[in-house]
Design a protein around this ligand. Structure first.
Ligand code: F6P
Length: 345
């Protein structure tokens, strides 16, 4: 097989495990197949602006445990940038790129799916702490964020108990409550509010009061940033929108905590975990998943199989059409939420 030049980029919100994918792609792509690997900086922006860096086995050593992404990331959308798509094609041509491996979530892979339609050779790798991509059982980054949130909830338990307080803990996850549900179950939350199940603040307060009447002196309420009040039950502030049309979430816990304190009289505090959930070292699970995704992606490129993304299905890493990954938001399985709700109130 002739030497193939492959571009790698990481787009959207970063997450632990991205560097492990880059390392795996380079190690097998260069080391075993003899391909050239080029990294584009800051997601699609680096392809548009031709900001690239050669990736070699030497330059990608020691990356398995490093969070973030050595390539940088952005939420740039070529389809929303002037001449963006034409410039992507120009870069592919001028840099003699035979294939692209974009590592990203719904937005980055959504762009990739459109470019596939324009004849670009693409193998996508799914990532997001939100775990909301329907084509894959899990995305790397999710396990790490759940662990960080669980550790935080454990710590909040002891201080909540000391002060007889209600602790409202807000976690990321966009419009899916995966992080909230998993960390809430693992951390023993007394209530979990997720976007999939609009909440009534009066009921939230009833449950807390019920729990306190039964002898508990504190409560932990885990709130997904995308949680929504049932219609007409509570007003929220409006939010800004990004290049992909997503509202910037974060802060709902302040409204919820204020209501809880006013309605129940219990002293209430807020902890917003935010970007802490995306930072630092990936868990062993995420390192392994990211490595397996990276290896499968470079194998697919080497096989000349494009227009696909890699995915986890049961114990296996499989290749699925890239549109499958972006077609539908994967929301929390009601059966899982039922498990969590046994411990509410
Ligand atoms: O999609 C990952 C994610 O961390 C979401 O959970 C969150 O809503 C969003 O990104 C935050 O994005 P930003 O890094 O642009 O603040």
């Amino acid at each position: 097989m002739p030497v193939v030049r492959i571009g790698v980029l990481t787009g959207g919100g970063d997450c632990p495990g991205l560097n492990a994918v880059i390392r795996a792609v380079v190690r097998k792509g260069e080391g075993l197949y003899g391909h050239n690997i080029v990294g584009f900086r800051h997601g699609w922006r680096g392809v548009i602006e031709l900001e690239s860096v050669d990736l070699t086995t030497a330059s990608t050593r020691g990356l398995i445990h490093r969070g973030g992404t050595i390539l940088g990331s952005s939420r740039t959308n070529p389809y929303k940038t002037e001449d963006g798509v034409a410039r992507v094609h120009d870069t592919i041509k001028s840099e003699h790129i035979d294939a692209l491996i974009p590592v990203g979530g719904e937005d980055t892979l959504g762009v990739a799916a459109k470019l596939v339609g324009d004849g670009v050779n693409i193998v996508g790798v799914p990532k997001t702490i939100d775990n909301d991509l329907s084509a894959t059982d899990f995305t790397f980054g999710f396990n790490t964020s759940v662990q960080i949130a669980t550790d935080a909830i454990d710590r909040l338990h002891t201080t909540a108990e000391s002060h007889d307080r209600v602790m409202v803990v807000e976690v990321m996850g966009r419009h899916a409550g995966w992080i909230a549900t998993y960390s809430g179950i693992a951390g023993g939350a007394d209530l979990i509010l997720v976007p999939e199940d609009p909440f009534d603040i009066a009921e939230v307060c009833d449950r807390i009061q019920h729990r306190h009447r039964r002898g508990a002196n504190f409560s932990i309420v885990v709130v997904a940033e995308g949680a929504v009040p049932a219609e007409g039950t509570m007003a929220l502030q409006s939010a800004e929108v990004d290049e992909f049309g997503h509202v910037r979430l974060g802060g709902i816990s302040n409204d919820i905590a204020r209501e809880i304190e006013q309605r129940t009289g219990f002293e209430t505090r807020v902890t917003m975990l935010g970007h802490v959930l995306r930072g630092g070292t990936p868990t062993a699970y995420d390192r392994v998943l990211a490595t397996r995704f990276g290896i499968e992606a470079i194998d697919a490129v080497n096989d000349g199989e494009f227009g696909i993304m890699v995915a986890l299905r049961g114990p296996d890493i499989v290749r699925v059409p890239i549109e499958e990954g972006v077609r539908q938001l994967k929301t929390v399985d009601p059966k899982l939420y039922d498990v969590a709700s046994v411990f509410f109130g």
